[in-house]
Ligand binder design. Structure first.
Ligand code: NAD
Length: 260
């Protein structure tokens, strides 16, 4: 099988990448940057996110599997102590788990598309400089006027990431959903928004509009763009998918137990 290793830049991950390349070569697998079928990440969850964004234009041609060298991750099925087990499994059957990416489109005052970006975990509008006011619509229907630091839109896989830290619900891995969660919403006599995570149908389109997004960022996974001159942001599940391969049967609840 043609594969490529995307590893974190620390000594342990670099050494494990070298060791794994040698072990897989002995089994007849080829490490190549040209058209790899499988991307093996060695590092943490962030390493997997970096790899996915590196290959975002050819996600239909590659599959991902992760080995962790730090604390146990959500995207990693093996520890760096389990390279031999990984090499044995690599020759066997695997299941494919496919996850739609979250697409965000940002438009300027002239309705021109200014940015189109993708996220696996979440896409969030956050303003730590001034109160962000924005009109929120779902499927073009007005929901509320939000005031506060921002709003986070996550998918099932991102429900255990940033979303969880701001009080969002964890979504079971058999369900697909978009979740809208407030980031430090302001609620008092004059201003009121939902103040509760809203779990939506995966076909939902969420729209944020504001006269000013000055000081706000769109943060998508570990990446960000400045929302200067943006007037409207549409967020929805994309037709782009990321495919993970899994050789073992670690259940979702086992992952939750071991992580949290
Ligand atoms: P990172 O790689 O250091 O990740 C930050 C933490 O989030 C790590 O502990 C990582 O294991 C965990 N994480 C990432 N994706 C996860 C998932 N789907 N389920 C459970 N835990 C997950 O930082 P980075 O390289 O900037 O990665 C960006 C991601 O980190 C973002 O997508 C965001 O969800 C997450 N993050 C979380 C917080 C928070 O919880 N307060 C803060 C910043 C970033």
């Amino acid at each position: 099988m043609n594969y490529y290793i995307h590893h974190r830049d620390d000594v342990l991950s670099t050494n494990k990448a070298q060791e794994l390349t040698e072990k897989l070569e002995l089994r007849g697998h080829t490490c190549t940057q040209d058209n790899p079928e499988i991307i093996i990440t060695i590092g943490g969850d962030g390493t997997m996110l970096h790899a996915i964004h590196n290959y975002v234009d050819i996600l239909d041609k590659v599959k991902f599997v992760g080995i962790h060298t730090g604390t146990l991750g959500f995207f990693t099925d093996y520890t760096s102590e389990e390279l031999d087990m990984f090499v044995d499994d690599f020759d066997g059957d695997y299941h494919i788990f496919s996850h739609a990416l979250i697409e965000s489109r940002c438009y300027g005052a002239d309705d021109q598309l200014r940015h189109q970006v993708y996220a696996l975990n979440e896409s969030r509008v956050e303003n730590i400089i001034q109160t962000q006011t924005m009109k929120v619509s779902i499927n073009d229907e007005y929901l509320e006027e939000f005031r506060g630091n921002g709003l986070c839109v996550s998918g099932q896989i991102g429900s255990t990431a940033y979303n969880r830290s701001i009080g969002g619900a964890i979504i079971d891995d058999t369900l697909q959903a978009l979740q809208l969660t407030e980031i430090s919403g302001i609620h008092h006599r004059h201003y009121r928004s939902l103040n509760s995570p809203l779990v939506l149908n995966p076909k939902a389109h969420i729209t944020f509009e504001s006269d000013s997004f000055e000081g706000a960022m769109l943060i998508y996974d570990h990446l960000n763009i400045n929302l200067h001159q943006t007037k409207k942001i549409d967020i929805f599940f994309s037709s782009k998918h990321v495919n993970f391969i899994r050789f073992n049967d670690n259940s979702y609840y086992m992952r939750l137990r071991s992580l949290f």
